[in-house]
Write a protein that binds this ligand. Structure first.
Ligand code: TGC
Ligand code: FAD
Length: 430
């Protein structure tokens, strides 16, 4: 475990236990004959499944997110302004690439990584996006597929947030079907030991501020991965314009990667991986993180709707006293609890080497869908005030639409699971 995480984690360990296990405000009295009281914030006591170290890491992340990120979110979202410094702050705490062993990373479990994403997304999906792309996509690609030289040189800098990374798979004409990508690599005609990359990637989180671009391109018709370093690209060969005026994920920065005969040293190509298995391996990690993250966003909506319903009176009673309002809270609490348990189970199986990608498709799809549906319904509890960004739920709703769309839109995960259940692929109508 990274020393900085360890120090902070042990300092907060006792507080973590208090926060996660005995929050008096979360609990009613136990029913007679039972030692355990119902805790609406953790109804199925998922915290019992986490180790002391995982709880401590969650608490470190929670404190940072609530103290440092929550106060920034409204302005960041309104002005579509991602603060690059956030990557440095996360790096200092050891939150980046947290489950990578070595290279200055924390070497924590997949569950601990999931709990970090959950705490970040409790504040905003855009902040989680910036972190996920750095950790699960750029760092995982370098770690799993890069040469030893690339790992030694790039991973410690990415882990500290000194370098920013992104992951370019999607293209203007190929989103759900990345296998049809048009971006190509070819051997440099005059400079030995170099490839030239040409093509456009779009909707790429972090691209305008990235130093490192993990780019997937076809070389002689086969998909290969390249670590493209901005500092090595001559002017005009790599441009990364931002996509502005987004209707969601406004607190993250998104852009394009435009490559025009961009020269990349041969040693920056991932030597041993060809085909979609390369990008999909990284996506397995990011999709599982999203399954945890979406539950953080949903829990924040639940917390806010519950507080509002207890305080706001109509027809002489708090809204929380009305049955229809209670059902909305119950549905959300149930889906958040189930979703956290399911993501935890898949993360445990992953660490034990017993998971498969379809499990990840199942929790990514289900948790994103349920988070979006419930957040949209909880928005109703706020009445007209939901239209004010100061009540936050509308922002989560807008974000969760994108979270349900990227890393495989929910219907695409339905098709992945449908294929696994029936043995018949339904992606291509033939
Ligand atoms: P298919 O024939 O199914 O598979 C091609 C090859 O890939 C292998 N494979 C996997 N390997 C590892 N993990 C997985 N999950 C894998 N899924 C497939 C497969 O075994 C095969 O290997 P081989 O050796 O036989 O070649 O491929 P297909 O072209 O039919 O794919 C269909 C489909 C729908 C599964 C796939 O294209 C898909 O998942 N589409 C969704 C695209 C997507 O998720 N894009 C994400 C872009 S990155 C992003 O959104 C980041 S946002 C991050 C943020 O801001 O937080
Ligand atoms: P399309 O593929 O055109 O799909 C449109 C609709 O058609 C979807 O509902 C889809 O489910 C449906 N559909 C498609 N094919 C089928 C089928 N066979 N059967 C039934 N329905 C189908 N990409 C990256 O590579 N890196 C990033 O960092 C990244 N960050 C992103 C950040 C943001 C804010 C956004 C919005 C997107 C980001 N993406 C990124 C892109 C994202 O992964 C794609 O948007 C996503 O994969 C969907 O692709 P598409 O938008 O081209 O939609």
């Amino acid at each position: 475990m990274n020393p900085s995480v360890l120090r902070t984690a042990s300092r907060h360990l006792r507080a973590a236990n208090r926060l996660n296990r005995t929050s008096a405000a979360s609990r009613s009295a136990p029913i007679r004959g039972y030692k355990t009281a119902f805790n609406w914030e953790d109804p199925l006591v998922a915290s019992e499944l986490f180790t002391e170290e995982e709880l401590a890491i969650q608490d470190t992340a929670k404190r940072y997110c609530q103290e440092q990120l929550q106060p920034r979110i409204l302005e960041a979202y309104r002005n579509e302004n991602y603060d690059r410094q956030i990557l440095n702050e996360m790096g200092e705490l050891g939150l980046l690439g947290a489950n990578i062993k070595g290279y200055g990373c924390a070497g924590a479990s997949t569950v601990a990584s999931g709990l970090i994403t959950k705490e970040v997304e409790r504040v905003d999906s855009g902040y989680r996006s910036g972190m996920s792309v750095q950790s699960s996509l750029a760092m995982t690609a370098i770690h799993d597929f890069g040469t030893q030289e690339l790992k030694d040189r790039l991973l410690p800098e990415l882990a500290r947030g000194k370098l920013a990374g992104c992951f370019g798979l999607t293209e203007p004409n190929h989103g759900s079907d990345p296998g049809s990508m048009e971006t190509v690599a070819r051997e440099h005609p005059t400079k030995k030991g170099y490839y030239l990359l040409s093509g456009t990637k779009t909707w790429i989180t972090n691209s305008p501020l990235s130093d490192l671009f993990v780019v997937w391109a076809k070389l002689d018709g086969k998909i290969r991965g390249f670590a493209v370093e901005r500092s090595q690209c001559p002017e005009g060969t790599l441009t990364t314009p931002a996509i502005k005026n987004k209707t969601a994920l406004r607190a993250s920065i998104t852009g394009m990667i435009q490559m025009d005969d961009c020269p990349v040293p041969a040693e920056n190509m991932f030597p041993d991986v060809t085909g979609l298995v390369g990008p999909f391996t990284c996506l397995n990690s990011a999709r599982l993180g999203i399954a945890f993250g979406a539950m953080g966003a949903l829990e924040d909506c639940l917390d806010r709707a519950r507080t509002y319903a207890l305080e706001r009176k109509q027809f002489g009673s708090p809204l929380a006293k009305f049955q229809l309002i209670q059902k909305k809270l119950v549905d959300a609490a149930t889906d958040a609890a189930y979703g956290t348990l399911a993501a935890t189970q898949v993360a445990r199986l992953k660490d034990a080497g017993k998971s498969c990608p379809e499990m990840i498709s199942m929790v990514k799809r289900q948790n994103c869908d349920r988070a979006l549906v419930n957040a949209r319904i909880l928005q109703e509890v706020l009445g007209g005030n939901a239209a004010s960004d100061e009540y936050h739920i509308a922002r989560h709703v807008a974000n969760l639409f994108v979270v349900q769309t990227y890393e495989g839109q929910s219907d695409i995960h339905s098709l992945i699971l449908g294929r696994a259940i029936t043995g018949l692929q339904a992606f291509v109508p033939k």
